[in-house]
Design a protein around this ligand. Structure first.
Ligand code: 5BU
Length: 457
């Protein structure tokens, strides 16, 4: 041993280590990531003495916190939460992993009342995503969560994520600390320590550094016909470009569609800015779309209750449902509002906007993404950062020649969004339609976008 002084915490760790709570070698984690260590705190339940000791340490971390209830993140932390409850004599509530399909359909079991403060207990924190889900469900029941107590932080950004959201996270051990203690007690060799430390450093705050998915891989993850059509078009034209033709007459749109049609996978429209809309125009536009093989994307940004959205989608002058392959929608009115669009159209939800000072913060974005995963008609999201999911990512705010406008728009280059956000489709408006030769500019954006995609693989 390299030092004589052993703290109670160290002693606890060494005894737990003997139970096999951490192993070193090469492990493939659930996320597919290769890890040089594997942590599983479940064997602690086999030692009542250690579980009791653990609860003492965790209660110690919560010394200055006020809480009226304790809740464990299922399943591994449930016995820990129960041990804290017994030791601290504070009531426990139980969170279900899935809602009950009969009876009360409650997500939380136990006696509690709205407004009470609940501390959450977690065994290991990695990205923090499962904790955020639990917090949301607990808060939905009217309880307040301020403090979270965690036995081991794998130091991969989860604690930072929760802190950003305003929670206080108390951790008993960081993985780096565990490594140091085990090394100090000759339970790890120096080369193993170096390897593990390099892994921790590399993975910190980059839980989704996994390589981007190719269009072919994305095609396999969703079976919506619009996804199929969009990706097949992208592959055949070697294009991920969507031209946003934000001009106000049907003739301008039709002219531009003819000019840029060969280079794009879709043409995006704001039909409510057109001054001379007609059914004849739609017929002509559809003909060009078919001939030049691109989709029609109405950027309507629906944002009302389901019933109104359905009327806006199907009725009125534009009858969007008759011709649009893709539409954009906010999810501000909740998950069920998306049912308004049926299953035929591809819905692109707005998770994060491109302009300065947007209200679509990380928390909002993650909720939109979660809903988008579940909704059968959603094919992807508009966002300015990685989605880390099987959804398609559409990114507007693209321009090669300028960084913004005077009304809050912020522009990035195709290279930047493919590299940093793993974008799937770039949306370019003024960069193309205000150019002297829109067709030449569309070809430039097509090439830039496709090369940026290839480079990001
Ligand atoms: P621009 O001219 O390249 O700025 O046009 C961008 C288009 O994308 C325009 O039609 C916007 O309405 C649309 N857009 C956007 O710019 N930012 C967003 O977050 C969303 C849509 Br959602």
């Amino acid at each position: 041993m390299k030092s004589e002084k052993i703290t109670q915490k160290e002693e606890f760790l060494l005894k737990s280590y003997e139970l096999g709570i951490i192993k070193f070698g090469n492990f493939t984690l659930k996320s597919g990531i290769q890890s040089p260590f594997y942590v599983d705190l479940r064997p602690l339940v086999s030692s009542p003495a250690l579980l009791k000791e653990l609860s003492g340490h965790l209660i110690g971390l919560l010394e200055d916190s006020h809480y009226q209830l304790i809740c464990g993140v299922p399943y591994a932390a449930l016995p820990m939460a129960a041990a804290i409850s017994l030791e601290a004599e504070i009531p426990l509530i139980l969170k279900r992993k899935e809602g009950k399909k009969y009876g009360t359909k409650k997500m939380l079991e136990g006696i509690f009342s709205e407004g009470q403060t609940c501390v959450l207990v977690e065994d290991v924190i990695t990205s923090g995503k499962s904790l955020i889900e639990t917090i949301e469900e607990v808060e939905k029941e009217g309880l307040k969560v301020n403090d979270i107590v965690v036995v081991l932080d794998r130091e991969q950004g989860g604690v930072q994520l929760l802190k950003e959201k305003g929670y206080t996270v108390h951790t008993l051990f960081r993985i780096g600390e565990v490594i140091d203690i085990l090394y100090k007690h000759d339970l790890l060799k120096q080369d193993e320590v170096v390897r593990i430390q390099a892994f921790i450093k590399e993975k910190f705050i980059s839980p989704d550094r996994s390589p981007r998915k190719t269009y072919e891989e994305k095609l396999k993850l969703q079976n919506h016909p619009i996804v199929k059509k969009l990706i097949e078009t992208a592959l055949s034209k070697e294009s991920n470009l969507i031209a946003s033709l934000d001009v106000c007459t049907t003739q301008e749109i039709l002219d531009l569609a003819e000019k840029v049609g060969d280079y794009v996978v879709a043409v995006k429209l704001h039909t409510d800015i057109i001054s001379d809309f007609s059914e004849e125009y739609i017929t002509q536009l559809k003909e060009i779309a078919q001939r030049k093989n691109f989709l029609l994307f109405e950027d309507r940004k629906f944002g009302d209750i389901g019933n109104t959205q359905q009327l806006q989608f199907e009725k009125g002058v534009y009858k969007i449902s008759d011709w649009a392959d893709l539409i954009t929608a906010h999810v501000i009115a909740g998950e069920e509002s998306l049912k308004a669009f049926g299953e035929k159209v591809g819905v692109v939800t707005i998770a994060e906007m491109s302009s300065k000072g947007v209200l679509t913060d990380n928390n909002y974005k993650s909720k939109v993404v979660e809903i988008s995963h579940r909704a059968a008609n959603v094919v992807g999201c508009v966002a300015q950062s990685k989605l880390s999911s099987s959804l398609l990512l559409f990114t507007p705010g693209i321009n090669l020649r300028t960084t913004g406008d005077s009304k809050g728009q912020q522009f990035k280059t195709p290279g930047k969004v493919f590299e940093e956000c793993h974008t799937d489709f770039i949306i370019v408006g003024r960069g193309i339609y205000t150019a002297v030769h829109p067709e030449k500019e569309a070809e430039i954006y097509r090439k830039e976008g496709w090369n940026a995609y290839l480079k990001s693989l």
